[in-house]
Design a protein. Structure first.
Length: 312
């Protein structure tokens, strides 16, 4: 009897091995899961994804070890938090795409009676998860005592022990039944560039036409990320203040808000740019030039040099 009856599909459609480098810990596992899920949905199992957890001597979410694995040819591509990717990538590495993993917003962690930062009294003790949140809160609420915690876990643990009146976190869940999480709009506190986005990194030796880029990359997320990174790169050369960028797609337009803040909240400059998504990098540079011009024209107050006591 002739024909192909009884033959499995793998006989004529072998699965292709793809090596994915991710960080260790929960974040790396989450990135690997999302990439694997997306590839399996788009190719019906055509790829066999081997997730390589690459350990780091420093913060497991830093991409240095992933970049080293790409340069050494140990992985085909890497997935990491876009927030941690350096503005200037090392020679031989390129940003090949972006995936949205979660929303980019901060959350206010506090007791139920606290409905927002504006509901807190003067002199309130606040803990935050990063310098961007601290700078913006101190600018808008100079009477607050704002502390930068060592880690997100330290924030959650400290709030459970009543160390602060409230905390600004990036976590989307909390196990303490006495505390509530409330989303903070980006118009109140803008999160750092890349928050909630997975960056896809590849070696320059890799073929840019590899099919997994088309399956994984989200053009909307990539356009926003490239615009934000263009702003950060241009502001980094200025060397003054803390640059913060947040881009959003509205229909067929991309809108970028660029901020330059004193780390201790003494001043904050803002610039906006809007245009076609394909002009993302240009919009980032345009907003950066506006901030630089404002910086040169204004006599800014010196830093208040407020420094929080780390109690977590």
């Amino acid at each position: 009897m002739h024909g192909t009856e009884g033959l499995s599909q793998d006989w004529y459609a072998p699965r292709r091995l793809v090596r994915l480098a991710v960080g260790t810990g929960g974040a790396g596992e989450g990135h690997a899961h999302l990439v694997l899920e997306r590839l399996q949905a788009g190719t019906r199992g055509a790829f066999d994804v081997q997730a390589l957890a690459v350990s780091s001597t420093a913060d497991p979410e830093e991409p240095d070890s992933l970049i080293a694995a790409l340069l050494a040819g140990e992985a085909d591509f890497a997935a990491c938090s876009a927030e941690r990717v350096p503005v200037e990538l090392p020679v031989g590495i390129r940003l090949e795409g972006a995936m949205r993993a979660s929303d980019p917003y901060y959350r206010l962690l506090a007791k139920a009676e606290c409905t927002g930062l504006d509901s807190l009294p003067d002199g309130a003790h606040i803990a935050v998860c990063d310098a961007a949140a601290r700078a913006q809160i101190l600018f808008k609420h100079p009477s607050f005592d704002v502390e930068l915690a060592r880690s997100e876990q330290a924030l959650l643990s400290g709030m459970s022990r009543d160390l602060w009146d409230a905390a600004i976190v990036s976590a989307s869940s909390c196990d303490d039944p006495h505390l509530q999480l409330r989303t903070v709009p980006a118009t109140q506190i803008a999160a750092p560039s890349g928050r909630g986005v997975i960056a896809l990194l590849m070696s320059d030796r890799s073929d840019p036409s590899e099919p997994w880029r088309r399956l994984l990359n989200e053009p909307d997320a990539e356009d926003c990320l490239l615009s934000e990174r263009a702003f950060l790169a241009r502001m980094a050369s200025r060397g003054a203040g803390l640059p913060i960028a947040r881009a959003t797609r509205f229909g067929g337009r991309l809108e970028l808000t660029g901020l330059l803040a004193d780390p201790d909240g003494a001043w904050l400059l803002s610039a906006r740019a809007s245009g076609p998504p394909s002009f993302g990098r240009i919009l980032g540079l345009e907003a950066a030039e506006s901030c630089r011009e404002l910086l040169s024209l204004q006599r800014l107050p010196s830093s208040s040099m407020r420094s929080g006591r780390s109690r977590a």
